[in-house]
Design a protein around this ligand. Structure first.
Ligand SMILES: *[C@@H]1O[C@H](CO)[C@@H](O)[C@H](O)[C@H]1NC(C)=O
Ligand SMILES: *[C@@H]1O[C@H](CO)[C@@H](O)[C@H](O)[C@H]1NC(C)=O
Length: 551
């Protein structure tokens, strides 16, 4: 995956990159964030005053030639001066990073408001037809499908029928949309963007000569595909169903549509009240015990390990058991377990996740909330993690009777883990699955809450050599390996990776004025107000304070 590339924060390259985009919205204060390029990746710390001096000098030179460019340059150099001043105040461009939160998070905010010229949803007769969606996969995979379905309905000027959830996936859950998500909120939140109905009206159903046409579009189809291939059928048949709907829309689409994708994913999809309430109760129980906590999402199911082709040191017993499971897939290639590990393809064990966290600097009294399905090897596999972090909790430990009504429904249980993981101060996973991706994206949007993805490729080498070095060396190497994998705002270039994981179109940079204003406690700053407004819309959001949590 392209994730492996790290992009370090560099004001210089940012400015140079922006200079190459003179058509960027310079007059617009809410400049959408362009990720910094890597040119300065390896550079040593730079004297900011020297840089500013140079920039101003260049500015002077260039202004001799052209007034137009100079005004752009002036804007950037001012920004640079302010920012370097700010970093000095902050002292945050030096020394070890704060493991609990990103210092750069405050420069950015989630932005998904539509622009003024984004037309209203088509209604009634002007709709091109009814779009039925059969989502596919587990809870989080379906979430991507539902968000994308909203955008596809918009592209087609179709009326979206509330998507059907997958009842036959690996997770086997008979829940419908209304059991998991607040359907009325979903419809009303998006009303201006897409017309959504609960079912195709009887009148339309009766007038149809044939049952709805069903088709499956290729993965990552661009909007043109929908217009060229899907729209003609929809127009002809009036009702069309898209099946297996997950990751069926391209990553890079028009910015307004990306923002709609974010509105659907981050705002319109809200869990039903019972799920929401239990999730928040568990969050409060964690917060009652500790000011901050880490949510650890572990995937270590036997099937997943078998599929990965990795070996975890369990001897012949493990080889036999996983080998038996592997027979389920006829076409699995013969993988070398060592090779897979070196290539970073093996999910970290619970023990390795614990070692990584301790090496990063989390102390043994840190509270963990562990979200997981079945763990291969059970308690025995979890024990080393518990020894590293004795304050170890799961939803089963925090809830008692309250969990009972949810137990038969894997998606509702997953939703509870989603809420606690979303609210955690630090989120860490041992895998690159759908929940890991969706939560990583959501946490970026919600203010770049610290999200740690193991750099498995480099860590696996370190774990293999663990016995050959002392703890301090190991910790130093782990910290170095994890650079670029800590959920910092600029780890990925825009447009790279999965949009749901890196929702670059929905991350904006705050004007520096406002950052400085907010430091000095000026609540009147326009930008800061905008930011808080956005947070307020978000129902899942829980702060540190109890009064927030009670809401
Ligand atoms: C959808 O409607 C808008 C007007 O709101 C129109 O400009 C656009 O061409 C329509 N697209 C399709 C695919 O019908
Ligand atoms: C953490 O480690 C210290 C020794 O390094 C030990 O005294 C303490 O009891 C441990 N705390 C927990 C919660 O286990």
């Amino acid at each position: 995956m392209g994730v492996a590339k790290s992009w370090r924060f560099s004001v210089i390259s940012a400015n140079l990159a922006l200079l190459q985009h003179p058509n960027g919205s310079l007059s617009n204060k809410h400049v959408c964030w362009r990720w910094r390029s890597s040119a300065a990746q390896q550079r040593k710390p730079i004297s900011w005053s020297l840089v500013c001096g140079l920039m101003l000098f260049c500015l002077g030179m260039i202004s001799l030639f052209t007034g137009h460019v100079a005004s752009d340059l002036e804007w950037y150099s001012q920004r640079l001066v302010k920012r370097s001043l700010y970093f000095k105040l902050d002292g945050s461009n030096k020394g070890p990073i704060d493991i609990w939160k990103s210092q750069y998070a405050k420069y950015f905010y989630g932005c998904s408001k539509k622009s003024r010229n984004f037309p209203h949803a088509v209604r009634g007769r002007s709709s091109n037809g009814y779009l039925l969606i059969a989502a596919s996969g587990g809870l989080n995979q379906q979430r991507t499908g539902i968000s994308d379905a909203v955008v596809v309905a918009r592209i087609l000027n179709a009326t979206l029928v509330v998507p059907e959830l997958d009842h036959n996936s690996y997770w086997k859950d008979g829940s419908d949309f209304v059991n998991i998500f607040d359907v009325n909120w979903f419809i009303s939140y998006l009303a201006k963007d897409v017309t959504i109905v609960k079912r195709v009206p009887d009148k339309v159903m009766r007038s149809m000569e044939k049952p709805p046409y069903t088709m499956r579009v290729p993965r990552k189809s661009p909007p043109e595909y929908y217009i060229d291939q899907v729209l003609p059928i929809l127009s002809r048949r009036r009702v069309l169903q898209l099946t297996k709907f997950d990751y069926r829309l391209a990553n890079n689409i028009d910015e307004e549509l990306q923002k709609l994708r974010c509105r659907a994913n981050f705002h319109a999809l809200r869990f039903t009240k019972p799920i929401q309430e239990l999730g928040q109760k568990l969050v409060m129980r964690m917060r009652d015990m500790a000011k901050s906590f880490i949510a650890v999402h572990l995937r270590f199911e036997p099937d997943m390990l078998a599929f990965s082709g990795c070996y975890y040191g369990g001897g012949d017993k493990e080889r036999y058991e996983l080998g038996e499971i592997r027979k389920r897939w006829a076409t699995l290639p013969d993988l070398s377990a060592d090779g897979e590990r070196r290539r970073g393809k093996c999910p970290l064990t619970p023990h390795e996740v614990g070692l990584m966290l301790r090496a990063l600097g989390f102390s043994n009294d840190t509270h963990l909330y562990v979200a997981s399905g079945e763990i291969y090897g059970g308690e025995e596999t979890l024990r080393p993690l518990r020894e590293l972090f004795p304050n170890f909790y799961t939803k089963e430990m925090l809830a008692n009777e309250e969990l009972k009504p949810f137990l038969p429904f894997s998606s509702r249980l997953a939703a509870i883990d989603f809420i606690v993981s979303d609210e955690s101060d630090v989120f860490v996973t041992n895998n690159n699955g759908n929940m890991a991706k969706i939560l990583a994206g959501r946490r970026r949007y919600m203010g770049h809450k610290r999200t740690i993805r193991p750099n498995a490729k480099r860590l696996s080498a370190l774990f293999m050599e663990r016995d050959q070095m002392d703890w301090d060396t190991f910790a130093r190497k782990v910290k170095a390996a994890q650079r670029g994998f800590m959920g910092e705002p600029d780890e990925m270039r825009p447009g790279r990776g999965e949009f749901h994981e890196y929702p670059y179109s929905c991350i904006c940079e705050k004007p520096l004025n406002d950052v400085v204003d907010s430091r000095s406690g000026d609540p009147q700053s326009e930008q800061v107000r905008g930011y808080q407004g956005l947070r307020k819309e978000e129902p899942v959001s829980l702060g540190y304070k109890d009064e927030d949590a009670a809401g």
